[in-house]
Design a protein around this ligand. Structure first.
Ligand code: ZN
Length: 80
């Protein structure tokens, strides 16, 4: 497991991944570590400040990532 020492440790990674995608990957990994089948992921809708959660199965999360779709809470819309 990686530890984040501080705000300015290392350079900023400028992949296309967003903060919420990174967070969801961690949620996914944590859920896998705990042997869960389902977890609450952060909504990745068009509203960057959205903090809604979307409870989805880990298998479904993997499928969503495979096809490059965002994780969305009920009724939330993806960025155009
Ligand atoms: Zn949302």
């Amino acid at each position: 497991m990686r530890r984040d020492g501080g705000d300015d440790a290392g350079g900023v990674r400028s992949e296309r991944r967003t903060f919420r995608e990174e967070a969801n990957d961690r949620i996914y990994e944590t859920a896998v570590d705990h042997g869960s089948t389902k977890a609450e992921f952060i909504c990745e809708c068009a509203d960057e400040l959205c903090i809604a959660v979307a409870p989805i199965y880990l298998a479904a999360y993997r499928a969503i990532r495979d096809i490059g779709r965002p994780v969305l809470a009920d009724g939330h819309k993806p960025a155009p």
